[in-house]
Design a protein around this ligand. Structure first.
Ligand code: G3P
Ligand code: MG
Length: 262
């Protein structure tokens, strides 16, 4: 099945940053934990200094790695991801603190590894490209992501998304057959439909704090899929599905929503 067919089903739950509730975010272990539990997974990507696509959410490494413990990196504050090579990023731990025994060092996840895992395990993935325009030109970022998808041959399993809409325009040119979703945050939705139309995206991803029924119906009627992030209440999820939302991004729910109490 292609991802587009899955999206048509609706009532889908996406593992936000991998299964963030049960494993360190954006790691291979998080993808493993998502398998079978979620309809598809979402990860965040950016580029290392040597332009390798890595699965990391923040611009900097402090929150999600052990970088502050490593003396040799002291002079690299504020620890921007784009100032570190793949080899340097690979030296870090991405989540041993998540486990009680702290013995397990969680390795860096690259997009290539993530896509291979998706392919091998018959899964689907939303690759959210973080805004790294302070480090790289749009073309370079989109080219790096597109090449990984093509090399692994996983295009039909991928939905690309970004808050930085110029990446989506670039992706439309570079990989026109890959699904794309525009991300929006906050309440400023002037010209939303015009924006979606101009971007020629397949989906619109809105933040949970600023969605309402009227807006969702309007976007659906215009022919776009709607995803809402981040929803960790089963009751809210059901309400959103009832009004036409196709998928919700969640840290704590899984696709078996029925087991959660209202
Ligand atoms: O892609 C949906 C959601 O992940 C956007 O927010 O900050 O968690 O990447 P964030
Ligand atoms: Mg994200």
């Amino acid at each position: 099945m292609k991802l587009l067919e899955l999206l048509n089903h609706g009532y889908l739950v996406v593992a936000h940053r991998g299964a963030r509730r049960v494993a360190p975010e954006n790691t291979l272990l998080a993808l493993k934990q998502s398998r079978g539990r979620f309809d598809f997974v979402e990860v965040d990507v950016c580029l290392s200094r040597d332009k390798v696509v890595v699965v990391i959410h923040d611009d900097t490494l402090q929150r999600t790695t052990n970088i502050v413990e490593i003396d040799s990196f002291r002079d690299k504050k504020p620890y921007r991801v784009c100032d570190f090579t793949l080899d340097e990023l690979s030296m870090l731990d991405y989540g041993s603190w998540f486990y009680k025994d702290k013995k397990h060092k969680e390795p860096l996840l690259t997009l290539k590894k993530a896509l291979e895992f998706i392919q091998e395990n018959d899964m689907y993935i939303n690759v959210e490209i973080k805004d790294i325009s302070n480090c790289f030109e749009d073309k370079i970022v989109v080219e790096a992501v597109a090449k990984e998808i093509e090399d692994v041959g996983v295009g039909e399993r991928v939905l690309l998304s970004s808050f930085k809409h110029s990446y989506l325009r670039e992706a439309k040119k570079r990989v026109p057959n890959i699904l794309r979703g525009a991300l929006f945050e906050g309440g400023s939705f002037d010209n939303l439909l015009e924006c979606l139309k101009e971007l020629e995206v397949d989906a619109c991803h809105l933040d949970a704090a600023s969605v309402d029924e009227k807006r969702i119906r309007m976007i659906k009627e215009a022919g776009y899929k709607v995803g809402v992030y981040t929803v960790n209440s089963a009751k809210r999820s059901r309400a959103l599905f009832e009004i036409g939302v196709n998928y919700i991004f969640s840290d704590s729910l899984d696709k078996n929503l029925k087991k959660y109490a209202l």
